[in-house]
Design a protein around this ligand. Structure first.
Ligand code: SAH
Ligand code: SF4
Length: 358
Protein backbone atom coordinates (compact mmCIF):
# COMPACT_ATOMS: atom_id res chain seq x y z
CA UNK A 1 0.00 0.00 0.00
CA UNK A 2 1.43 3.37 -0.93
CA UNK A 3 1.15 5.75 1.96
CA UNK A 4 -0.81 8.77 0.79
CA UNK A 5 0.90 11.88 2.04
CA UNK A 6 -1.63 14.22 0.41
CA UNK A 7 -2.97 16.57 2.97
CA UNK A 8 -6.68 16.41 3.61
CA UNK A 9 -8.54 17.51 6.71
CA UNK A 10 -8.20 14.81 9.35
CA UNK A 11 -11.71 14.79 10.84
CA UNK A 12 -10.62 13.12 14.07
CA UNK A 13 -8.28 16.05 14.76
CA UNK A 14 -11.22 18.47 14.86
CA UNK A 15 -13.27 19.64 17.80
CA UNK A 16 -17.03 19.59 17.48
CA UNK A 17 -17.13 23.30 16.63
CA UNK A 18 -14.35 22.94 14.06
CA UNK A 19 -16.34 20.15 12.44
CA UNK A 20 -19.35 22.45 12.40
CA UNK A 21 -17.28 25.19 10.73
CA UNK A 22 -16.03 22.74 8.14
CA UNK A 23 -19.55 21.66 7.23
CA UNK A 24 -20.77 25.25 7.02
CA UNK A 25 -17.81 26.07 4.76
CA UNK A 26 -18.95 23.21 2.54
CA UNK A 27 -22.38 24.84 2.30
CA UNK A 28 -24.10 22.47 4.74
CA UNK A 29 -26.44 23.35 7.61
CA UNK A 30 -24.67 23.19 10.99
CA UNK A 31 -26.93 20.36 12.26
CA UNK A 32 -25.01 18.06 9.95
CA UNK A 33 -22.19 18.32 12.49
CA UNK A 34 -24.22 16.33 14.99
CA UNK A 35 -24.91 13.66 12.39
CA UNK A 36 -21.30 13.42 11.29
CA UNK A 37 -20.04 13.48 14.90
CA UNK A 38 -22.47 10.66 15.67
CA UNK A 39 -21.15 8.60 12.77
CA UNK A 40 -17.57 9.11 13.89
CA UNK A 41 -17.87 8.54 17.62
CA UNK A 42 -21.20 6.82 18.33
CA UNK A 43 -21.64 4.56 15.30
CA UNK A 44 -17.86 4.23 14.92
CA UNK A 45 -18.11 4.42 11.12
CA UNK A 46 -14.84 4.02 9.30
CA UNK A 47 -16.09 4.97 5.81
CA UNK A 48 -18.03 7.99 4.52
CA UNK A 49 -19.92 5.53 2.35
CA UNK A 50 -21.65 4.10 5.46
CA UNK A 51 -22.97 7.46 6.70
CA UNK A 52 -26.38 6.90 5.27
CA UNK A 53 -28.26 9.89 6.66
CA UNK A 54 -25.78 12.27 5.03
CA UNK A 55 -26.72 13.26 1.47
CA UNK A 56 -24.66 11.46 -1.15
CA UNK A 57 -23.32 14.82 -2.40
CA UNK A 58 -21.92 15.60 1.06
CA UNK A 59 -20.37 12.15 1.41
CA UNK A 60 -18.67 12.70 -1.96
CA UNK A 61 -17.46 16.15 -0.91
CA UNK A 62 -16.05 14.71 2.31
CA UNK A 63 -14.24 12.00 0.34
CA UNK A 64 -12.52 14.82 -1.57
CA UNK A 65 -11.52 17.11 1.25
CA UNK A 66 -11.36 15.00 4.40
CA UNK A 67 -9.53 11.99 5.78
CA UNK A 68 -11.24 9.52 8.04
CA UNK A 69 -8.52 7.01 8.85
CA UNK A 70 -5.09 7.98 10.05
CA UNK A 71 -3.93 4.54 11.18
CA UNK A 72 -3.32 1.32 9.28
CA UNK A 73 -2.93 -1.87 11.35
CA UNK A 74 0.30 -3.61 10.32
CA UNK A 75 0.94 -6.40 12.76
CA UNK A 76 -0.60 -7.75 15.91
CA UNK A 77 0.32 -10.04 18.72
CA UNK A 78 -1.95 -11.61 21.31
CA UNK A 79 -1.22 -13.27 24.62
CA UNK A 80 -2.97 -14.59 27.70
CA UNK A 81 -5.42 -16.49 25.45
CA UNK A 82 -6.39 -13.31 23.68
CA UNK A 83 -6.86 -11.22 26.83
CA UNK A 84 -4.04 -8.90 25.79
CA UNK A 85 -3.70 -7.76 22.24
CA UNK A 86 -1.12 -5.40 20.86
CA UNK A 87 -1.42 -3.77 17.45
CA UNK A 88 1.32 -1.98 15.54
CA UNK A 89 -0.12 0.81 13.40
CA UNK A 90 1.46 2.68 10.51
CA UNK A 91 0.70 6.40 10.43
CA UNK A 92 0.23 8.30 7.19
CA UNK A 93 3.90 9.32 7.11
CA UNK A 94 5.08 5.72 7.53
CA UNK A 95 6.01 6.06 11.21
CA UNK A 96 4.70 3.39 13.54
CA UNK A 97 3.08 3.27 16.97
CA UNK A 98 1.67 0.59 19.23
CA UNK A 99 -1.57 0.28 21.15
CA UNK A 100 -2.76 -2.47 23.45
CA UNK A 101 -6.22 -3.78 24.31
CA UNK A 102 -6.43 -5.42 27.72
CA UNK A 103 -9.51 -7.46 28.60
CA UNK A 104 -10.37 -7.95 32.26
CA UNK A 105 -13.39 -9.52 33.90
CA UNK A 106 -15.07 -6.21 34.48
CA UNK A 107 -13.51 -3.84 31.95
CA UNK A 108 -11.95 -3.39 28.55
CA UNK A 109 -9.00 -1.04 28.62
CA UNK A 110 -7.06 0.49 25.73
CA UNK A 111 -3.49 1.67 26.27
CA UNK A 112 -2.66 4.43 23.79
CA UNK A 113 0.54 6.03 22.54
CA UNK A 114 0.91 9.81 22.49
CA UNK A 115 4.20 10.19 20.62
CA UNK A 116 6.28 8.31 18.05
CA UNK A 117 9.20 7.34 20.28
CA UNK A 118 9.88 9.42 23.38
CA UNK A 119 12.33 12.24 24.09
CA UNK A 120 12.81 11.27 27.75
CA UNK A 121 14.99 8.23 27.08
CA UNK A 122 14.56 6.09 30.22
CA UNK A 123 17.15 3.31 30.06
CA UNK A 124 14.74 0.46 30.87
CA UNK A 125 12.11 1.47 28.31
CA UNK A 126 12.12 0.26 24.71
CA UNK A 127 10.38 3.42 23.52
CA UNK A 128 12.85 5.64 25.32
CA UNK A 129 15.74 3.77 23.78
CA UNK A 130 14.36 4.14 20.27
CA UNK A 131 14.64 7.94 20.27
CA UNK A 132 12.00 10.55 19.50
CA UNK A 133 10.40 11.18 16.14
CA UNK A 134 7.30 13.33 16.61
CA UNK A 135 4.17 14.07 18.56
CA UNK A 136 0.93 12.36 17.63
CA UNK A 137 -2.03 14.48 16.61
CA UNK A 138 -5.25 14.31 18.65
CA UNK A 139 -6.88 12.23 15.93
CA UNK A 140 -4.01 9.75 15.87
CA UNK A 141 -4.48 9.25 19.61
CA UNK A 142 -8.28 9.00 19.43
CA UNK A 143 -8.28 6.57 16.51
CA UNK A 144 -6.29 4.02 18.53
CA UNK A 145 -9.31 3.84 20.83
CA UNK A 146 -11.84 3.82 17.99
CA UNK A 147 -10.01 0.91 16.34
CA UNK A 148 -10.52 -1.36 19.34
CA UNK A 149 -13.99 0.05 20.03
CA UNK A 150 -15.07 -1.01 16.52
CA UNK A 151 -13.81 -4.51 17.12
CA UNK A 152 -15.40 -4.81 20.54
CA UNK A 153 -18.70 -3.55 19.16
CA UNK A 154 -18.92 -6.64 16.97
CA UNK A 155 -18.88 -8.66 20.20
CA UNK A 156 -21.41 -6.35 21.89
CA UNK A 157 -18.71 -4.91 24.11
CA UNK A 158 -17.21 -1.46 24.48
CA UNK A 159 -14.06 0.28 25.58
CA UNK A 160 -14.58 1.10 29.25
CA UNK A 161 -11.15 2.59 30.09
CA UNK A 162 -8.36 4.42 28.30
CA UNK A 163 -4.86 4.69 29.74
CA UNK A 164 -2.28 7.03 28.23
CA UNK A 165 0.57 4.64 28.98
CA UNK A 166 1.77 3.54 25.57
CA UNK A 167 4.67 5.04 23.69
CA UNK A 168 5.66 8.58 24.55
CA UNK A 169 5.26 11.11 27.32
CA UNK A 170 1.71 12.50 27.27
CA UNK A 171 2.56 15.68 29.18
CA UNK A 172 5.24 16.57 26.60
CA UNK A 173 2.43 16.46 24.02
CA UNK A 174 -0.09 18.16 26.26
CA UNK A 175 -2.34 19.89 23.71
CA UNK A 176 -2.99 16.81 21.59
CA UNK A 177 -3.35 14.54 24.61
CA UNK A 178 -5.87 16.83 26.24
CA UNK A 179 -7.82 17.30 23.05
CA UNK A 180 -8.00 13.51 22.72
CA UNK A 181 -9.32 13.33 26.30
CA UNK A 182 -11.98 15.93 25.52
CA UNK A 183 -13.03 14.20 22.32
CA UNK A 184 -13.31 10.80 24.00
CA UNK A 185 -15.26 12.37 26.86
CA UNK A 186 -17.69 14.40 24.72
CA UNK A 187 -21.25 13.22 25.54
CA UNK A 188 -22.34 14.04 21.97
CA UNK A 189 -19.91 11.40 20.76
CA UNK A 190 -17.84 8.68 22.39
CA UNK A 191 -19.02 9.68 25.88
CA UNK A 192 -16.32 7.99 27.96
CA UNK A 193 -16.32 9.26 31.56
CA UNK A 194 -13.25 11.31 32.47
CA UNK A 195 -12.67 9.12 35.53
CA UNK A 196 -12.24 6.19 33.18
CA UNK A 197 -9.14 7.76 31.65
CA UNK A 198 -5.68 7.84 33.22
CA UNK A 199 -2.68 9.83 32.08
CA UNK A 200 0.70 8.40 33.02
CA UNK A 201 3.63 10.81 33.26
CA UNK A 202 7.30 10.38 33.96
CA UNK A 203 7.05 13.52 36.11
CA UNK A 204 6.76 16.61 33.93
CA UNK A 205 6.08 19.15 36.68
CA UNK A 206 4.44 21.96 34.64
CA UNK A 207 2.17 19.37 33.00
CA UNK A 208 1.06 18.02 36.38
CA UNK A 209 0.20 21.54 37.51
CA UNK A 210 -1.71 22.18 34.33
CA UNK A 211 -3.62 18.91 34.69
CA UNK A 212 -4.57 19.78 38.24
CA UNK A 213 -6.47 22.81 36.92
CA UNK A 214 -8.40 21.00 34.19
CA UNK A 215 -12.11 20.62 34.81
CA UNK A 216 -12.30 16.97 33.73
CA UNK A 217 -11.54 14.44 36.46
CA UNK A 218 -8.99 12.36 34.60
CA UNK A 219 -6.76 10.05 36.69
CA UNK A 220 -3.04 10.67 37.10
CA UNK A 221 -0.25 8.09 37.35
CA UNK A 222 3.32 9.21 38.06
CA UNK A 223 6.21 6.91 37.13
CA UNK A 224 8.50 7.30 40.11
CA UNK A 225 10.75 4.21 40.05
CA UNK A 226 13.11 5.45 42.77
CA UNK A 227 12.86 6.83 46.30
CA UNK A 228 15.82 9.23 45.98
CA UNK A 229 16.78 11.90 43.51
CA UNK A 230 20.19 10.38 42.95
CA UNK A 231 18.88 7.01 41.83
CA UNK A 232 15.95 8.51 39.95
CA UNK A 233 18.33 10.59 37.83
CA UNK A 234 20.01 7.39 36.70
CA UNK A 235 16.79 5.68 35.69
CA UNK A 236 14.74 8.62 34.46
CA UNK A 237 16.86 11.32 32.79
CA UNK A 238 14.17 14.02 33.05
CA UNK A 239 14.65 13.92 36.84
CA UNK A 240 17.58 16.25 36.27
CA UNK A 241 15.17 18.88 35.00
CA UNK A 242 12.42 18.15 37.52
CA UNK A 243 14.08 16.98 40.72
CA UNK A 244 12.28 14.86 43.27
CA UNK A 245 11.51 17.77 45.61
CA UNK A 246 9.74 19.70 42.84
CA UNK A 247 7.95 16.60 41.59
CA UNK A 248 6.62 15.67 45.02
CA UNK A 249 5.55 19.28 45.66
CA UNK A 250 3.62 19.22 42.37
CA UNK A 251 2.00 15.91 43.35
CA UNK A 252 0.93 17.38 46.69
CA UNK A 253 -0.53 20.43 44.96
CA UNK A 254 -2.36 18.11 42.57
CA UNK A 255 -3.97 16.13 45.38
CA UNK A 256 -4.88 19.32 47.26
CA UNK A 257 -6.48 20.91 44.21
CA UNK A 258 -8.31 17.88 42.87
CA UNK A 259 -8.91 15.72 45.93
CA UNK A 260 -7.96 12.81 43.71
CA UNK A 261 -5.55 10.02 44.57
CA UNK A 262 -2.33 9.69 42.55
CA UNK A 263 -1.04 6.32 41.41
CA UNK A 264 2.73 5.95 41.57
CA UNK A 265 4.25 3.44 39.17
CA UNK A 266 7.38 1.74 40.47
CA UNK A 267 9.16 -0.74 38.15
CA UNK A 268 11.25 -3.10 40.27
CA UNK A 269 14.81 -3.65 39.00
CA UNK A 270 16.81 -6.32 40.73
CA UNK A 271 19.48 -4.93 43.03
CA UNK A 272 18.83 -1.36 41.88
CA UNK A 273 15.66 -0.04 43.52
CA UNK A 274 14.16 -3.07 45.27
CA UNK A 275 15.78 -3.24 48.72
CA UNK A 276 13.77 -3.02 51.92
CA UNK A 277 15.69 0.10 52.83
CA UNK A 278 14.49 1.67 49.58
CA UNK A 279 10.94 0.57 50.40
CA UNK A 280 11.29 2.45 53.70
CA UNK A 281 12.56 5.57 51.94
CA UNK A 282 9.69 5.35 49.48
CA UNK A 283 7.17 5.02 52.31
CA UNK A 284 8.66 8.12 53.99
CA UNK A 285 8.54 10.05 50.74
CA UNK A 286 4.86 9.26 50.15
CA UNK A 287 3.76 9.46 53.75
CA UNK A 288 0.57 11.47 54.22
CA UNK A 289 -0.09 11.76 50.48
CA UNK A 290 -3.35 10.40 49.04
CA UNK A 291 -1.82 7.79 46.76
CA UNK A 292 -1.44 4.21 45.68
CA UNK A 293 1.74 2.45 44.53
CA UNK A 294 1.76 0.00 41.63
CA UNK A 295 4.75 -2.30 41.85
CA UNK A 296 5.66 -3.66 38.42
CA UNK A 297 8.48 -6.17 37.99
CA UNK A 298 10.63 -4.85 35.13
CA UNK A 299 9.72 -6.20 31.72
CA UNK A 300 13.27 -6.48 30.35
CA UNK A 301 13.90 -4.99 26.92
CA UNK A 302 16.31 -6.40 24.34
CA UNK A 303 19.43 -4.50 25.46
CA UNK A 304 18.43 -3.90 29.04
CA UNK A 305 21.31 -3.98 31.51
CA UNK A 306 18.74 -4.64 34.24
CA UNK A 307 16.85 -7.70 35.43
CA UNK A 308 13.42 -7.84 37.02
CA UNK A 309 13.31 -8.31 40.78
CA UNK A 310 12.58 -11.85 41.94
CA UNK A 311 8.98 -12.62 42.95
CA UNK A 312 10.16 -13.00 46.58
CA UNK A 313 11.79 -9.60 46.55
CA UNK A 314 8.73 -8.01 44.97
CA UNK A 315 6.55 -9.49 47.74
CA UNK A 316 8.95 -8.36 50.45
CA UNK A 317 9.04 -4.80 49.05
CA UNK A 318 5.25 -4.80 48.88
CA UNK A 319 4.94 -6.03 52.49
CA UNK A 320 7.32 -3.35 53.71
CA UNK A 321 5.33 -0.57 52.03
CA UNK A 322 2.08 -1.86 53.50
CA UNK A 323 3.62 -2.23 56.94
CA UNK A 324 4.45 1.44 56.73
CA UNK A 325 0.93 2.39 55.74
CA UNK A 326 1.36 2.84 51.99
CA UNK A 327 -1.35 1.32 49.80
CA UNK A 328 0.24 -0.76 47.13
CA UNK A 329 -0.50 -3.48 44.60
CA UNK A 330 1.76 -5.86 42.73
CA UNK A 331 0.85 -5.56 39.11
CA UNK A 332 1.70 -8.62 37.14
CA UNK A 333 1.58 -7.03 33.78
CA UNK A 334 -0.87 -8.66 31.52
CA UNK A 335 0.60 -9.15 28.10
CA UNK A 336 4.15 -9.65 29.25
CA UNK A 337 4.55 -12.28 26.52
CA UNK A 338 3.57 -9.84 23.82
CA UNK A 339 5.98 -7.30 25.23
CA UNK A 340 3.06 -5.04 26.04
CA UNK A 341 5.62 -3.04 28.03
CA UNK A 342 6.11 -0.05 25.87
CA UNK A 343 7.49 0.27 22.38
CA UNK A 344 8.88 -3.23 22.34
CA UNK A 345 7.10 -4.46 19.23
CA UNK A 346 8.02 -1.35 17.29
CA UNK A 347 11.64 -1.47 18.37
CA UNK A 348 12.03 -4.93 16.89
CA UNK A 349 10.91 -3.60 13.57
CA UNK A 350 12.75 -0.72 11.95
CA UNK A 351 10.61 1.99 10.34
CA UNK A 352 12.09 1.29 6.90
CA UNK A 353 10.91 -2.29 7.06
CA UNK A 354 7.41 -1.08 7.93
CA UNK A 355 7.40 1.27 4.97
CA UNK A 356 8.63 -1.40 2.60
CA UNK A 357 6.03 -3.83 3.86
CA UNK A 358 3.16 -1.37 3.72
N1 SAH B 1 5.90 8.25 29.47
C1 SAH B 1 4.90 7.92 30.41
C2 SAH B 1 3.85 6.95 29.88
C3 SAH B 1 4.33 5.82 29.01
S1 SAH B 1 5.32 4.62 29.81
C4 SAH B 1 5.54 7.38 31.69
O1 SAH B 1 6.73 7.12 31.69
O2 SAH B 1 4.81 7.27 32.66
C5 SAH B 1 4.12 3.74 30.75
C6 SAH B 1 4.66 3.01 31.94
O3 SAH B 1 5.43 1.86 31.50
C7 SAH B 1 5.59 3.83 32.81
O4 SAH B 1 5.27 3.65 34.17
C8 SAH B 1 6.94 3.24 32.48
O5 SAH B 1 7.86 3.47 33.49
C9 SAH B 1 6.60 1.78 32.30
N2 SAH B 1 7.63 1.01 31.60
C10 SAH B 1 8.31 1.35 30.50
N3 SAH B 1 9.17 0.37 30.15
C11 SAH B 1 9.01 -0.62 31.07
C12 SAH B 1 9.60 -1.90 31.26
N4 SAH B 1 10.54 -2.33 30.43
N5 SAH B 1 9.19 -2.64 32.31
C13 SAH B 1 8.23 -2.20 33.15
N6 SAH B 1 7.63 -1.01 33.02
C14 SAH B 1 8.01 -0.22 32.00
FE1 SF4 C 1 9.33 7.88 27.72
FE2 SF4 C 1 7.76 6.81 29.64
FE3 SF4 C 1 9.46 5.27 28.21
FE4 SF4 C 1 10.45 7.02 30.00
S1 SF4 C 1 9.14 5.24 30.42
S2 SF4 C 1 11.19 6.70 27.90
S3 SF4 C 1 9.02 8.68 29.75
S4 SF4 C 1 7.70 6.36 27.42
Amino acid sequence: MAIDQNAGIALLDLTYSELEELLVSLGEPSYRADQLYGWLYRSLASRFHDMLNLPLSLREKLEDVAILRLLTPMEEVTSDSGLARKVLFALRDGETIESVLLLYEDRQSVCVSTQVGCPVGCGFCATGQSGFVRNLSPGEIVEQVLFFARELKERDMEVTNVVFMGMGEPLLNYEATWRAVETLNDPRGFDLGARRMTISTVGVVPGIDRLSKEPLQVGLAVSLHAPTDRLRRKLVPIARRYPMGELMAACRRYVERTGRRITFEYALLQGINDSLEQATLLADLLSGLLCHVNLIPLNPTADSPWEPSSPDQVRAFHRELRRRGINSTIRLRRGIVIEAGCGQLRSRRPATETEAGS
